[in-house]
Design a protein around this ligand. Structure first.
Ligand code: FAD
Length: 396
């Protein structure tokens, strides 16, 4: 069987893969994207969809680079969503124009200091009463409105998939075979021959690195979460409860009205600390946290379930949480035509940082190959994968 010759193959169709596809196609490269199951069927569809603008990081020690990257990337999103610049994300569903952040006594000084910092002055203001749902008690608390948009991540995937030409095939990758100037990718449906291969498979990058004969532990790490979907809430809320002096919100809640119910998608410290808990224990912990946060709420009649998910990240020598996207040429061989595996691995670290990751990928691809824009022969076997489901739609 003859291989389809293409400039770049991207493996993995989450936000990183689809944003890279658009970026490379805009620069004249022909791109084929291979997705194993559904587009975004990893972290993207399961994410809370918050376009962080640095507020989250301003409370933490490693604030500055992460805050600056998030802020710069969020501006790219603004331009794309307003149709000013590509990719065309004007069809993205904005589910909340801003987040709330509320504190209990004791952390106000830390927050106030962060808010007074340069990064945040224009981003955080005292919330007005009309911005605050009635079930959030405000007595003794400080409540802020944070300029962070919340989007429906699946709507982003749809827009990105439509923003560029080039095949998106739903196939399983069986082998990646470097061969000097080009790399062969063998799937269940056929073969591609590409000048560069971009690994955007999230947690699936581990398997792809193994296919390249690499030890994944040297390149990637994962931090697990045990998220909670609480269905039956009295109304929507989008916010962070910052109730201790750590850099992490105790709860981060986003919401959706689906199927006649209001669902809260609950993360934050609860999800990080709850990894070792059974689903039953995690649900009890979530109920306890929600009662502590929303004193007057009765949870009677609500349904709860949990979702376990890993955040896949690039790894550096420190093993710490990366403060920006991680994009690495596999093998570390220098630029120029040929040599190395021809593979580049990508971990955006955050949904919001996908544009910065894609810029970095374009730079590395340019160092390796010039665009031809050609796919030969045309890929005749295209079967577009479906889109992943949102957390409240996933089967229990
Ligand atoms: C619970 C949670 C909440 C989050 N909330 C936010 C937030 O509010 N804001 C924010 O900025 N970030 C958030 N993030 C982080 C963000 O979701 C991720 O950084 C981002 O979505 C990663 O995108 P990705 O494309 O690299 O990976 P993924 O979205 O995981 O996509 C990988 C894709 O590759 C496919 N794949 C896997 N293996 C293979 C293979 N062998 N062959 C072909 N395809 C393959 C998968 O099916 C999937 O479609 C959150 C993450 C989690 C887990």
């Amino acid at each position: 069987m003859s291989a389809s010759r293409v400039d770049v193959v991207i493996i993995g169709g989450g936000v990183a893969g689809l944003w890279c596809r658009w970026r490379l196609a805009s620069a004249g490269y022909s791109v084929a994207l291979i997705e194993r199951s559904r587009l975004g069927d990893g972290q993207t569809a399961a994410s809370q969809g918050i376009l962080h603008r640095g507020v989250k990081y301003a409370l933490s020690a490693e604030a500055s680079r992460a805050a600056a990257t998030a802020e710069a990337s969020a501006r790219v999103w603004d331009d794309a969503m307003s149709g000013k610049e590509g990719p065309d994300l004007s069809g993205v569903e904005v589910v909340a124009a801003s987040m709330l952040m509320w504190t209990d006594a004791g952390v106000i000084s830390k927050l106030t200091g962060a808010i007074a910092s340069k990064v945040l002055t224009s981003r955080v203001v005292a919330a007005e009463r009309r911005d605050i749902p009635a079930f959030l008690e405000i007595r003794g608390r400080s409540v802020y409105r944070v300029d962070e948009t919340v989007i429906n991540p699946v709507s982003v995937l749809r827009c990105l998939a439509d923003a560029a030409a080039g095949p998106i095939v739903c196939e399983e990758v069986r082998a990646i075979t470097p061969g000097g100037a080009s790399t062969r990718v063998t799937t269940g449906g056929g073969e591609f021959e590409a000048g560069a291969v971009v690994l955007c498979a999230g947690a699936g990058n581990e398997l792809l690195l193994e296919l390249l004969g690499k030890d994944p532990a040297a390149w990637t790490q994962h931090r697990d979460l045990h998220m909670v979907v609480a269905s039956g809430a009295p109304g929507k809320i989008f916010g962070h409860w910052v109730a201790s002096a750590t850099d992490k919100p105790r709860l981060t809640i986003t919401s959706a009205d689906v199927g006649g119910l209001t669902h809260w998608y609950v993360g934050g410290d609860l999800a990080e600390q709850g990894v070792a808990r059974t689903p039953e224990d995690q649900i009890e912990a979530a109920k306890s946290e929600l009662r502590s946060c929303f004193h007057s709420l009765s949870l009677a009649g609500w349904n709860f379930r949990t979702i376990r998910i890993s955040r896949a990240e690039g790894k550096d020598a420190s093993g710490k949480r990366p403060d920006g996207p991680v994009v690495r040429r596999i093998d570390g061989t220098g630029g120029g035509t040929g040599g190395g595996t021809g593979a580049i691995a990508v971990w955006p670290t955050k949904l919001v940082m996908a544009p910065a990751a894609a810029d970095e990928v374009l730079k590395l691809v340019r160092e390796r190959i010039a665009p031809t824009g050609a796919i030969e022969p045309e890929v005749g076997r295209v079967r577009r994968p479906d889109y992943a489901l949102a957390p409240w739609q996933s089967p229990a």
